[in-house]
Every structure is written in C-alpha cells, then in structure tokens.
Design a protein around this ligand. Structure first.
Ligand code: OOG
Ligand code: MG
Length: 255
C-alpha cells in the first residue's frame, strides 16, 4: 500500500471508530498536495461505503480560528451526507473522539461554480444561506496537528447542522451571531470575521475545488468556516447558533 493510502486508511478508520491516532507528520514534511491526496483517498473510502458527497467546508477563514489553532492558511475539506445532523435532533457523543463546535454560515448552490469567479458571480450561484454549526473532531491525540496533518484529516470535519434556508439577497456580510451552550452565550462574533465577508470564503471554495478537479456542483453545500473560536461540547448539552436576521440552528448531544 502506498503511504498516501496508508494514512488515508488510518484516518478513515479513526473517524469511523472514534479513536484518536498519533501525529504522523509532526514536523510538517508532507507537501500540501500530498496532504490533500490523503484527504481525497479517505473520502473515497466513505463514498465506497455508500456516503454521498454533498459539498465543501472551508477552514481557517477567520482570524479567531487561525489564532486558536496556530495555523494561518485557508484550508478546505469534503462534506459527505453521513456528516449532516438534522437540525434540532440529537447526536450521540460516542460518535466523536473529542468534539468541538463552531458557528458558521452555510451556502447551498443552485448552479455549479468553476474556478476563478468574482463575488457577484459566486452570489448569483447561491440558492440560499443559513445559520450553521460545524462539529470538528480532530482524529489526532489532544487535537494537535501540523498543517499537512489537519488537511489529511479532512480539516477535522465530523458533523454539520444547518438551520432554515433563507433568501441570499439578505445582506449577510456583517451579521451578529452568538454560539450558545445550554442557553448560555459562550462566543460572540460576526459573519464579517470570515475573510471580511463570507462570500470571499465561497469564492475561495470555488477556486480550490476547481483546482482539485472537483468544481462546486449545483445542490452542494459550502460551509464558510468558524466565525469564532471553537468550544468543547459534552454529553447532555444543547448547542445552538443564533444569527441576526437568519435565525438559529441547534442540536442536542446525547450522552
Ligand atoms: C481545523 C478546521 C478548521 C474552521 O471552520 O476554521 C475549521 C480545526 O480547527 O480543527 O473547520
Ligand atoms: Mg469549521
């Protein structure tokens, strides 16, 4: 087995069985291309098990996230249907290693988006926008990793929750938001934290996906990235995002 497939299998097994693994590239020697190859191979394993590809997630698109994780390059990962958690439902804590949650904004596309597009072109392809939560769950011990390692690990993606879809003509460039746990506000932020405007995250998603030979498709979801630092979650909690004008989205963590 090639080393790429070996790491892809290691990470896919870790995600599937909610088991942590040791860092395999603590000095960051793998190239970013190799890291994305590992990610692609690990997602191929999910697809081979019957999971449908449903979109893309962006990472480190806010300063808050870059600072929290100590990395400053925008990264991306692949979303599959198995990662989606129905809004308002419960998710089993045992499905995760050491999950964290972060507030995001999600796009769903009505047209494909190929390569270099402008903000207005990207917006014209958006069917709807929604408040969203991402559950990130690094497969690495202690949630510690280098840039190639987190890319290989599908940018820590584990679950996502999407609230009611809204009209994308709402000006979503600077919407206030809170992350709440059991009704307590634990993070405050704005959609402007995402590269200055979340649309820039969609433009970057279009470029990076096309570069990887997998341009954004009609019907796909794009998660724009965490607008605040992520928070640990625990069994028994109710976690929600409340976003100005767009409403809320939440889920329960079952112990
Ligand atoms: C990597 C994933 C980053 C975001 O929204 O910035 C990410 C991590 O923090 O473990 O999903
Ligand atoms: Mg995220």
């Amino acid at each position: 087995m090639s080393q790429i497939n070996e790491y892809a299998t290691l990470l896919d097994d870790a995600a599937r069985t909610a088991t942590e693994v040791s860092q395999f590239d603590p000095e960051g020697r793998l190239s970013l291309d190799q890291a994305y190859e590992i990610q692609a191979a690990s997602i191929r394993r999910r697809v081979a098990r019957g999971e449908r590809r449903v979109g893309v997630k962006m990472g480190f698109t806010s300063r808050a996230k870059m600072v929290q994780m100590g990395l400053s390059d925008v990264i991306w990962g692949r979303l599959s249907a198995g990662m989606q958690i129905e809004e308002g439902t419960s998710v089993d804590f045992s499905r995760f290693v050491h999950p964290r949650v972060e507030p995001e904004i999600a796009f769903v596309l009505k047209h494909s988006l190929d390569g270099d597009v402008t903000g207005p072109q990207a917006l014209a392809a958006v069917e709807a926008i929604a408040p969203a939560l991402e559950i990130i769950d690094s497969r690495y011990k202690d949630f510690k990793f280098t840039l190639p390692e987190v890319i290989a690990d599908n940018a820590s993606s584990s679950g996502f929750v999407i609230g009611a879809w809204r009209d994308p003509r709402i000006d979503f460039g600077n919407l206030g938001l809170t992350l709440n746990i059991d009704g307590r506000v634990v993070q405050v932020g704005s959609t402007a934290a995402l590269l200055g405007h979340p649309l820039r995250s969609l433009v970057a998603a279009a470029r990076l996906s096309a570069q990887a030979g997998e341009p954004l498709q009609a019907g796909w979801i794009v998660m724009a990235g965490g607008a605040t630092p992520a928070e640990w979650i625990k069994p028994g909690q109710y976690v929600s995002v409340e976003m100005e004008r767009l409403g809320s989205a939440g889920f329960h963590v079952r112990g």
